[in-house]
Design a protein around this ligand. Structure first.
Ligand code: AMP
Length: 282
């Protein structure tokens, strides 16, 4: 079988990292939940431009799913993921089991605040960022990479992880990478496989509405009006909207009236059983 070496145990991971360190390699980590697509692959390429060794972690992290969410049905495709990574510069796949990441007696969680309390994803998935901060903290301490690659696709997550690494003095540089999209503009996502053919046809609507709102704001339209038009268009297409908002691009705070700052538009919307999220700069 072709593809990078797959490692399941922490001592084996640490041995590989120690050997690389001893020969002066620069290490990049690309954390994923697997079901890899071109978006993930672009993070591997971005890592390869800045480091000499690439670890891709694949772990579907139970602590970031609520009981009613899709943990059980989340796609798990390790052989296919490994074959995809064979065509990249990835050196190692870190694929721990749940018992390795959360052994009996596991009792410590990282509870982020700041960007994790912005009232976006956290308002609809209250468990989510503690799960993310805990697992990413563990992955960074296990791998001790020089850099770690994260997608802007999950923009609030990128901000939470950046803050967490800084707050805990984890000496890894967190690097944000642009969102890869399908030809029609839909952000690539492992969850897109859940969409029926009919749902896939309209799945790009929130992105189209968000792009139109960004364009309107750039041309001087009031932000509230541009957002309201976008919300109407998304809901009319049959989505249940969790949020569609304009936020300060760095802090994710709401902007006070008249305040000017670099803006980011962000939405989360459900189409049938599938939840889509995306964001763009203005
Ligand atoms: P996931 O496997 O969905 O947890 O994502 C793993 C990493 O890939 C995260 O840093 C995501 O933000 C990033 N990612 C997911 N989709 C995309 C995309 N379409 N373009 C770029 N990065 C992405």
């Amino acid at each position: 079988m072709k593809g990078p070496r797959v490692v399941h145990s922490l001592p084996a991971l640490r041995r590989a990292i120690a050997e690389w360190r001893a020969s002066g390699e620069r290490i990049a980590l690309v954390p994923t939940m697997g079901a890899l697509h071109e978006g993930h692959i672009s993070l591997v390429h971005a890592g390869a431009r800045r480091a000499t060794r690439i670890v891709v972690s694949i772990f579907v992290n139970p602590t970031q799913f609520a009981p009613n969410e899709d943990f059980a049905k989340y796609p798990r495709t390790l052989p296919r993921d490994r074959a995809l990574l064979a065509a990249t510069k990835a050196d190692l796949i870190w694929a721990p089991g749940v018992e390795t990441m959360y052994p009996d007696g596991f009792s410590t969680m990282v509870t982020p605040a700041g960007p994790a309390k912005a009232g976006l994803e956290d308002a609809f998935r209250p468990h989510f960022f503690a799960g993310v901060a805990t697992i990413v903290g563990k992955l960074l301490l296990q791998t001790t990479p020089d850099i770690a690659m994260f997608g802007e696709k999950d923009y609030q997550q990128l901000k939470v992880v950046t803050r967490m690494a800084r707050d805990l003095d984890i000496p890894t540089r967190i690097i944000g990478c642009p969102t890869l999209r399908e030809a029609d503009g839909l952000a690539m996502s492992s969850r897109n496989v859940y969409l029926s053919a009919e749902e896939r046809r309209i799945a790009v609507t929130p992105y189209a509405a968000m792009s139109a709102a960004a364009e309107a704001i750039r041309s001087g339209a009031p932000i509230a009006r541009a957002l309201a038009a976008g919300r109407r268009r998304i809901e009319k297409a049959g989505f249940v909207l969790d949020y569609f908002e304009a936020r300060h691009a760095e802090t994710l705070a709401k902007l006070a009236k008249g305040e000017t700052a670099p803006l980011r538009l962000l939405f989360a919307a459900k189409l049938g059983a599938t939840r889509l999220i995306d964001n763009i700069p203005v």
